[in-house]
Design a protein around this ligand. Structure first.
Ligand code: PGA
Length: 243
């Protein structure tokens, strides 16, 4: 794993934006795997900045998001569909029909999982997947105990994850109990992975991801087995790393 230590959150976001720009410039019809949460917000700001300067075009780019809550309509301001449009898609020239998220409001959720997974395959697979990491080591919404062989599936969210995400909702009761997420194997199929980590509260998770045993109890540990992972972490997040 390649670990890049950034000075701070802004620099982490800028470095990640540079990687994505280089990817799209080398392959204009790239397939990008995107993530939500607080961590990539700065990356999306930097991307919009670069787009406005004419440094990157999404005309031929396809994107797949990692996950979506079950039961929230697209226009619910807590859905990841809403998040992605507000923070990125509405500001760049991506085609609506090429920006995919799982549909957490589908009538048949099982079928939606299969459809989503095949859609990624049909697009030729993901060139670069952006990831964050949860305090419990989750990637996407793959909570501890998720089989490494998992494809896109429905998950029951951990209480710790619901609590961590409650800050975005009126109360914890409003946080959905389920989500659709790309599986661990779906993520591992990406040709390249960029993991962003920011803040001292993530330092322990990062240390465990890099140096801990590879175990389904800590989903992110599987990244040790991927051949092309770049971790971009700010100083606070690397405080427990000896390297
Ligand atoms: P965060 O979430 O970026 O909001 O910390 C990351 C995650 O839980 O994967």
């Amino acid at each position: 794993m390649n670990i890049i230590k950034a000075e701070n959150y802004k620099e982490m976001s800028q470095i990640a934006a540079k990687y994505l720009t280089e990817q799209v410039s080398a392959k204009p019809n790239s397939v990008l795997g995107l993530a939500t949460g607080s961590t990539p917000e700065g990356l999306y700001e930097e991307i919009i900045h670069r787009y406005n300067k004419g440094e990157i075009s999404f005309k031929d780019v396809t994107t797949y998001n990692l996950d979506e809550y079950v039961g929230l309509a697209n226009d619910n301001d807590q859905s990841y569909y809403y998040y992605m449009h507000k923070l990125l898609f509405d500001h760049i020239n991506i085609k609506e029909e090429q920006a995919y998220l799982p549909n957490g409001d589908a009538a048949d959720l099982q079928e939606e999982c299969i459809r989503y997974e095949s859609s990624i395959q049909a697009a030729g697979g993901i060139d670069i997947q952006i990831l964050g990491i949860g305090l419990n080591g989750h990637i996407g919404f793959n909570e501890p105990g998720t089989p490494f062989s998992s494809k896109t599936h429905i998950v029951d969210l951990d209480e710790s994850t619901r609590e961590a995400n409650a800050r975005f909702f009126k109360s914890i009761d409003d946080v959905p109990k389920q989500a659709i997420t790309m599986g661990i194997d779906s993520i591992m199929q990406a040709k390249r992975i960029i993991l962003l980590v920011s803040g001292s509260q993530k330092a322990e998770a990062l240390e465990r991801l890099v140096n801990g045993p590879v175990t389904e109890d800590f989903p992110a540990s599987i990244l040790q087995k991927h051949s092309d992972v770049t971790i971009i972490a700010d100083q606070d997040a690397t405080s427990k790393l000896s390297v």
